[in-house]
Design a protein around this ligand. Sequence first.
Ligand SMILES: Cc1cc2nc3c(=O)[nH]c(=O)nc-3n(C[C@H](O)[C@H](O)[C@H](O)COP(=O)(O)OP(=O)(O)OC[C@H]3O[C@@H](n4cnc5c(N)ncnc54)[C@H](O)[C@@H]3O)c2cc1C
Length: 769
Amino acid sequence: MSLQSQSSPEAQKYDIVIVGAGPVGLMLSTCLARWGYKIKHIDNRPEPTQTGRADGIQPRSLDLLRNMGLKSPLMAHKPARVYEVAFWDPAKEGTGIARTGTWASCPSFIDARYPFTTLLHQGHIERVFLADLAKHNVEVQRPWTIKGFTSNEAENPEYPVEVQLEHVDGKASETLRAKYLFGGEGARSFVREQLNIGIKHKDPIEHVWGVMDGVVQTDFPDIQMKCTIHSEHGSIMVIPREDNMVRLYIQIASSTDPDWHPRKTATAEDVQASAQRILQPYTISWERVEWYSVYPIGQGLGDRYTLDCRVFLGGDAVHTHSPKAGQGMNTAFLDAQNLAWKIHLVEAGFADRSVLQTYEQERRQVAESLLDFDNRYAKLFSQRPTAASEAEAALKKKDTGSSEGENAFIKAFKEACEFTSGYGVAYQPNVLNWSPSHPARSPVINPTGSTLRTGRLLINANVTRVVDANVVHLEQEVPMNGSFRIFVFAGKPSVTAGALTDFANKLQSKDSFYMAYQRPDQDQVSYHEQHNPHSLFFTFCTIFSERRSNIEISRHVPSLLARYRAHIYADDQWDRRMPDAKAAAHAKAGLDEEKGGVVVVRPDGYVGMVAQLVEGSGTVDALNEYFGAFTTKKLGQKLRRDRRRIEDRHTSVEVKYDRGLSIRVHANHTAKHRKEVNKPRRDTEPISVPDFPFLALFNNRNSFIDQANVFTSLHLNTLTLDFHFPLLWLPQPFQISRFVKTTGPFSSNALFSSSSSVLRGTYDELLSR
Ligand SMILES: Cc1cc2nc3c(=O)[nH]c(=O)nc-3n(C[C@H](O)[C@H](O)[C@H](O)COP(=O)(O)OP(=O)(O)OC[C@H]3O[C@@H](n4cnc5c(N)ncnc54)[C@H](O)[C@@H]3O)c2cc1C
């Protein structure tokens, strides 16, 4: 390592600087490295995690790791797999503890490919990522730390972030320029502190726990199961691990203790003695202790994940909670994945920069749910007698199928299972997750019967790949390549032949979402390229509701879709969740088994939009509308709107729709309006911009819709207000009844009274005027 400063007047340029090589930083780096980004990744530790920390990979994360090709190297470590949780409580007769029930770790109502938690040391997990990074020539620079940064887009629009890095011994330093900076340095994030982003804590710290990893000798029968054990001597959670190890979480102190103190601690020997008492009548002794730590439990959530969509935070830097439900690392993975593909789509020139705002919107909401759940879970865990009896009731219910005993604990437990498995994530509507208020208004969107929910993961389905008759997992067929996955459920070939041909033809129109983003190097693309032969942003899969032997690609599949020959499937596999369906994948998605439908899945596997597969241009038009709401180019006919002019009694309004609503209001600046404007003015008085720093839009129920900067000018008697609402979509039907001068959404100085409705109707009407 050079001991001299490596800063230079012409700073080195990177796409991103990632600080912290824990789960969040490594996932982000691994994704972006695969897509060819130039990364500077640092960590202040000299080596990856040696002992302790996270060990539980949840089912959804395992799907993701498989999708990235990282599941096999993880499984090579022979991790423990937790299929069931056992509840142990004070024995009803005699002394000591007894098992009172068990419950599936990932119950069958969750459609998981891997219905178990994988337990493996965080260090092994980190090394799997590091090996993958090395394949893409990215190395984590250790032990280096961050000393400072600035971000100024106005000064340097391309590389707005300047970052100062330093070797931890202080003798070498570097100054870099980057497009992005990511703070993934865990709970004590330097980047978060520099941005002055606060952490809100849910409750004061209420529990102190010890955690011990080691190899034990014991006659406790469930030592290779996950167990929650409550006894008159205290509580323990048992987590089996790889290499004959076991992790014990042991409650050391609780806020209900008479001598409660959040800094209370205990030695490893104290904790072992406590474990021996709790496990009676069973015995336990330690061959070796690998790691022991004491930690207080509190739930904290960052106020923001970014301030300028250039410097981002993720993982423990913005959310912390108890480790017992095994969520932190898993949530960190999904934070990073969510940000990675959005940065990719923006930097690759596909998506408007504003999609980066959806990172905080989506992931902060997940963290909020996680903290709520964690808070409840911690409380339920401490209500031990209730928990035990209710777990027993839960067990009975499972056995008998009765709904008796369905109570708060069981409900919470079930919810927890969906949540902790990772399948409970449901992103709210936004420009990526279609809803009725999305700008895409085509009537073919959201076909009746579809059970797919936008913002949720695509269903799992087994299908037969036509070219090699392999039965495959449809949702895993497209690797995490940063592309949208377009699943064309093509129904019965005899029914959909026309619609499929029209779909493929229309995709080839010059202004379709597909043609607008073609690879420039198509001529050089290998014949064997399966996923992105034409465009780096889309991979197509075509699934027929037909037996494999009846599908002939050259006859049934239009040539554009046939180019994705490894992605043509027969929906001919029986599914126990759809025992009567002829085409289970179609049926699981709620799509007509004969007529099919088209499902747009985001690069992270969440459903973005569903449309009917119809003859004519309707399906591609709908996809153009959906993508056109956030792409950098204009797509299709509908969005190429001319300026439209509508008149009303008081005003004329020009409306332009182009990935957002631009409105120019010409108001007759008459005496009547003067009364409605706060300060009476002379007709000729110029109105300066600061007079109207923002205008807010309200709907006809007086609910705030959005606000925008306004540019005003006054010419003769005409007051002109120009404002633009990027990516705005309005409730349907809507009526903009007030323009309000405001410094925030809810202040109210009405510029026009509510009687002066200048815009009303539906989006479609507005666009067709
Ligand atoms: C006892 C325990 C058990 C847990 N069990 C689980 C579990 O089973 N499942 C689960 O999902 N989660 C679990 N967690 C939580 C999990 O460990 C964290 O949520 C997860 O590690 C967060 O990942 P991260 O990348 O955000 O942060 P970290 O893992 O904290 O990584 C941050 C990295 O940044 C580096 N760093 C810090 N500051 C700087 C700096 N200034 N400059 C450079 N580098 C810096 C650190 O050295 C570290 O490598 C557990 C946590 C604990 C404490």
